[in-house]
Design a protein around this ligand. Sequence first.
Ligand SMILES: Nc1ncnc2c1ncn2[C@@H]1O[C@H](COP(=O)(O)OP(=O)(O)OP(=O)(O)O)[C@@H](O)[C@H]1O
Length: 443
Amino acid sequence: MKLRFAPSPTGLLHVGNARQAVANALFARRHGATFQLRIDDTDSTRSKEEHVDAIRHDLTWLGLEWQESFRQTERLASYEAAAERLRASGRLYPCFESEEELRAKREQRIRQHRPPVYDRAMLRLTAEQRASAEANGKVPYWRFRLTDGTVMWDDLVLGRTQVKLPAISDPVLIRADGTILYSFASVVDDLETGITHIVRGEDHVTNTGVQVDIAMALGASPHRFSFGHLPLLLDEAGGKLSKRFDGLSLRALRQDGIEATALVSYLARLGSSEDPHPLSLDELAATYDLAHISRSAARFDTRQLLALNRRTMHAMPFEAVSARLPVGATPEFWSVVRGNVDMLNEARHWWDVVGGSIVPPPLEGEGAFLTQALDLLPEEPWHRETWHEWTNSLREPSGRKGKALFLPLRLALTGEEKGPELSDLLPLMGRERVAGRLRMAAS
Ligand SMILES: Nc1ncnc2c1ncn2[C@@H]1O[C@H](COP(=O)(O)OP(=O)(O)OP(=O)(O)O)[C@@H](O)[C@H]1O
């Protein structure tokens, strides 16, 4: 068995693309299949080298290992050879109509209440007409003649699915400038590199009908591939995700401090009835089943991801994050803050709280209380009980208790209303820093 993830390097991978990558990688892992990474870079105007690097980097970050990889531009000779076979069998035919001519034909068909499908006029082109077009400097582009049937398959996600080929225009497989189009290169690769299962977005359902027809024209059996089409992932507003806007790109999420484990676990369970937990790839793969994924579009839910991220970090040992923590951060620091951050980046603030400087918010009317707190601040050494001893000693002289006692201290010392236990933070901060902050907040 062999699966593949085949992104085009036209932008940064987003969470929708990643959902497909995760589905393929987990399916492959579960079934001991090979996982191939194919870079669909035949569109030279939109493909960029930096995006190829970014794709590899993003997938590596996610922990999705591929066993083989290639780029379509390395295989142009194979596409040309396959095209020759289709030309020889009469399935690939030259066309000369311009965009304007095609538009005019489409509009006419719509006016006549007929489906705007290409009329195959060029199939009737005689050798003389073709020669004269070429003599006039016209270069043909090539369409594939679809059969008149219906392509049917048992989709691993959608169930019984069909595409009626007569409702589709014969697709252009090769442009006049020689560029090979995605749907053709993809079939040739899938056939020649031994792909068995094609798992991709629902946006490809029509392509699947066309590609099965092309594969058969190249000699494949109708059930050469198994297909699974996962519904598209929408952004939180219900809009389409795009590689051109990078709000939900993997890079942006990584830079925001999202953990790969959280994202993979979230994407693996999305659209299934199982609640996501932070799990390893092996754990996720053990129960991964495309048939359990909902057939309706899923929405990306940042809050759910953040909750999962928080849980992921809570379970992470210091060694797993130390390289990404501020310089000097200690295991003690990590064990204190890890239960209180949604994203690793937030640890920076807590590092400033215990080891750097912060600007507390103005605390109107709290000056006298904070001065009192400073006067009663215990001497070092400090330990976990220091906070309780200190606040207990403050109760009577200040006449305060509960929130009125704790909140101004927390705000003065950390700048935040919430956060790690002060009994844990205080020993990390040390007396000098605490005293300085109380003085600053009191003034
Ligand atoms: N919003 C989405 N949700 C789920 N899968 C998606 C989404 N958009 C694309 N995909 C899938 O991602 C995989 C990679 O495809 P591709 O690189 O063409 O992505 P794309 O975002 O559609 O790119 P482009 O905008 O360049 O066409 C395909 O399986 C495709 O179906």
